[in-house]
Design a protein around this ligand. Structure first.
Ligand SMILES: [Zn+2]
Length: 265
């Protein structure tokens, strides 16, 4: 009893110390000096061959990308299903969508989402019993089919990207169901949802729309498809749905149309 009461103040101090370091970005700064120059260069070489987004970043932001990728690679469990082999390349690519989507944030971890399951191709979902290409399980698991995931990056402007789509679901879930995320996201998500309800009606009524029909299914699919458009056709989205585009830039703290990828609040 005595021992416990002696330890408690010490634990409280440690907790607040870690909280403060995290809050003011000191831990992020430590990451920048704990990665070797060689690792940074290897990651830059890899991503410059694979990702259009990485190549669109200003040079000064590319360090930020690879430092975050290196951190996520070590933290997220990536598991192959149906004999799918998780190589280093698979590991690096499968976390790239999360780095991209959260690039404007200080807090780039989505607290609950710790595991990525990868199937070689379509798989039968345990949640729906149907064949799927990908899904986000609220228990913190993101599921993707590798074949479809790679196709998302093959054509960088067709507004279909499974990795970004599923990560958008994970981000939306994090904002709605948790308070452990970047400040202010709830407000912008509410604005986006308000606008999306109007657009969903248009899609359901068969009006000519920028988005594919699937976006009209519900607010979650609308948001995920919006994220695909935001990164793969930002100029078109800004022109066709300017208010929605502005809210997305505020939420994601990025504006690809002007080449700014971590906006100040
Ligand atoms: Zn979806």
């Amino acid at each position: 009893m005595n021992n416990n009461s002696n330890i408690l103040p010490f634990l409280i101090i440690i907790f607040f110390l870690i909280y403060t370091l995290k809050k003011f970005g000191v831990l992020n700064y430590l990451d920048t000096i704990l990665i070797s120059r060689k690792t940074k260069q290897e990651l830059k070489d890899f991503y410059s061959k694979q990702l259009n987004y990485f190549n669109s970043l200003p040079y000064k932001d590319r360090d930020r990308f690879v430092i975050r990728a290196n951190k996520l690679k070590k933290s997220i469990h990536i598991i192959g299903k149906n004999d799918f082999k998780v190589t280093e390349e698979v590991r690096l690519l499968s976390i790239a969508a999360q780095v991209q989507l959260t690039f404007g944030f200080n807090q780039f971890f989505l607290n609950k989402f710790h595991t990525i399951l990868i199937y070689p191709d379509t798989y039968e979902s345990k949640l729906t019993g149907k064949m799927h290409y990908g899904e986000v399980n609220p228990r913190g698991i993101i599921v993707i089919s590798w074949d479809r995931f790679l196709k998302g990056y093959t054509i960088p402007n067709d507004k279909i990207n499974l990795g970004l789509h599923e990560m958008a679901h994970a981000l939306m879930h994090t904002i709605i169901c948790s308070s452990d995320h970047e400040d202010g996201l709830d407000k912008y998500l509410r604005d986006i949802v308000r606008l999306s309800k109007i657009e969903i009606e248009k899609i359901k009524n068969g009006e000519n729309h920028l988005y594919r029909k699937y976006a009209g299914a519900n607010i979650y699919e609308f948001f995920a498809v919006s994220v695909e458009h935001f990164f793969e056709a930002p100029d078109e989205l800004k022109l066709e749905l300017p208010a929605l585009y502005q809210y997305l830039t505020k939420l994601l703290k990025q504006d690809p149309t002007i080449g700014l990828f971590h906006l100040k609040k």
